[in-house]
Ligand binder design. Structure first.
Ligand code: PXL
Length: 314
């Protein structure tokens, strides 16, 4: 037995040494190849939760950006079996493991072309995201912040005043932002309007938010009338633009994630911000239309799989 044990131990040491030696070589070669590669595939970090059933966050965003020929790199903030709109769900907060997870990317000197952030559950997570951006946002890298904070004039219960203040800190690192009206007014310290704000009011609020960082903002999903949804686009130093879409059915979970990932992917592939928003809202509308026709429950998310191939067609 002792002989066997010694033999295994010896093998373990040998295996480890050979392995770390070959890793160094492999890593060096891999890294140099990547740097020398003229046309490395584009790569996007997705900092969001992984939810198994319900078509939201990374489970929706990763296939969407992949369809656009962009490598998706998930950085989980939490792991859930279903999203929180289901009556029951398993929830595993990943905060305490995020820094170690990200450390390997730092050690590997990985590079990203874009960073997209979504729902963040605690102020610690916002700090981790800020550190990630400070490390990986090199020249030419853009950051899309989807400030998932609330909807219909109400903030999510996790959004304490402390969390709101923390979210405001993240704004300065954003190049692109995709707030809804609730999130926009919260970020610029205004009350939720009782009537539809005018375009001038929307522009003024976007201007205020933009002064803190983001050059491009789209205020998504503003209920314009019974039949239409307004998306208000603000580009720093330019006139505002609007994209109207038909209002189909009730709100669907994950719509924001589908929209923000199509925007991020399109923008990374060279579309203007306006074109990116247009592509995203049209794509989401098509998916919602399919869900309504096939009577998919709202909390099952958007059946984006049906039209995914269209995103790959330039
Ligand atoms: O963005 C939708 C979403 C994402 N992730 C989780 C959610 C929801 C919506 O409820 O619960 C965990």
């Amino acid at each position: 037995i002792l002989k066997d044990l010694l033999f295994s131990y010896f093998h373990l040491i040998l295996y480890h040494n050979i392995n770390s030696f070959s890793f160094d070589l492999k890593y060096d070669k891999m890294y140099k190849n990547e740097v020398n590669q003229m046309q490395r595939q584009k790569r996007m970090a997705l900092i969001n939760d992984i939810t198994g059933f319900g078509r939201c966050s990374i489970a929706a965003m990763a296939p969407i950006v992949s369809a656009m020929k962009i490598q998706a790199v998930p950085i989980p903030t939490a792991i859930l079996s279903t999203h929180t709109q289901f009556p029951i769900f398993y929830f595993d907060d990943y905060t305490s493991r995020m820094s170690d997870y990200i450390q390997t990317y730092k050690d590997l000197h990985l590079e990203f072309d874009a960073i997209a952030t979504g729902f963040l559950g605690s102020k610690e997570q916002v700090d981790i995201v800020i550190d990630f951006i400070q490390t990986f946002k090199q020249e030419g890298v853009f950051v899309l912040v989807d400030p998932v904070m609330g909807d219909h004039g109400k903030l999510y219960t996790t959004y304490t005043p402390e969390m709101c203040a923390k979210m405001k800190q993240l704004v300065q690192y954003a190049d692109l932002m995709t707030p809804n009206l609730t999130e926009l007014v919260t970020l610029v310290d205004r009350p939720y309007p009782t009537t539809l704000p005018t375009f001038d009011e929307l522009e003024e609020m976007c201007q205020q938010l933009s002064q803190q960082g983001p050059q491009h903002i789209v205020v998504t999903g503003i209920p314009f009338n019974e039949k239409q949804i307004l998306n208000f686009i603000y580009n720093q130093g330019e006139d505002y633009q609007i994209v109207m879409v038909d209002r189909i059915g009730e709100d669907r979970c994950g719509t924001g994630d589908v929209i923000s990932s199509v925007i991020a992917g399109s923008y990374l592939n060279g579309y203007s911000f306006y074109e990116s928003v247009k592509r995203a809202t049209l794509f989401a509308s098509k998916c919602i239309d399919y869900c309504e026709k096939t009577q998919v429950p709202n909390y099952y998310g958007l059946c984006f799989e049906e039209y995914l191939y269209e995103l790959g067609e330039e």
